[in-house]
Write a protein that binds this ligand. Structure first.
Ligand SMILES: [Zn+2]
Length: 199
């Protein structure tokens, strides 16, 4: 239907989450209308983010070097770890200003139906971090979804066996059930943080 380069752009855009065929088409035509500089800036931004951004060697948050900014920040508490599903979940927690500790990004949530097992997430790495000592509390801030809850319970059980001295907490209810942390407003998320309970 389109010239092959246009079709290719439509196909690639259509692979993005939340972008259906019609939106992909509209975006492709928008890009075709922009100046070469503007379109080039978009292409360069995509290329650069893939070349320069990797995962922090400690917490698996996004990093533009071996360690992320939070792990490198000496002023942050080192004895609390907040466990989140995705790197995108760090930002809403940071926005609440309720939390001054470090993070651990799992890379998803346990979901046997989708074939996501503990080995597919950075769970063993979390246990290793905690076992190294110096950790007082682990806050489980996985999403309030079925898979997020299952992940929190799995980690809490294992941590109780391995590191009984570490307090394991979960964000207080009040977050929209079934929703993602990413979409919670900062006041609600801040309250959920302040009112976290022991698991
Ligand atoms: Zn880090």
């Amino acid at each position: 239907m389109y010239a092959p380069p246009v079709q290719r752009l439509v196909t690639e855009l259509g692979k993005l989450p939340g972008i259906g065929a019609r939106t992909a088409q509209r975006l492709a035509f928008h890009i075709l209308r922009t100046s070469p500089e503007e379109a080039g800036a978009l292409a360069d931004a995509i290329r650069e983010v893939k070349e320069r951004i990797g995962l922090c060697e400690i917490c698996f948050n996004l990093a533009d070097g071996p360690r992320c900014r939070i792990c490198e920040d000496e002023r942050r508490d080192t004895d609390v770890i907040c466990v989140v599903e995705e790197a995108g979940d760090v930002i809403p927690v940071e926005r609440t200003h309720e939390y001054r500790g470090r993070y651990h990004v799992l890379g998803g949530a346990l979901s046997p139906i989708d074939g996501v097992d503990p080995d597919d997430l950075k769970i063993a790495e979390l246990f290793t971090r905690v076992a190294q000592g110096g950790i007082r509390e682990v806050v489980l801030a996985t999403n309030p979804t079925t898979t997020g809850e299952a992940t929190a319970l799995h980690i809490a059980d294992r941590l109780r066996e391995r590191s009984p001295d570490v307090v394991v907490t979960r964000l207080a209810s009040g977050l929209p059930v079934g929703g993602d942390l990413e979409y919670a407003d900062e006041v609600t998320l801040g309250k959920a943080f302040a009112g976290r309970r022991r698991l």
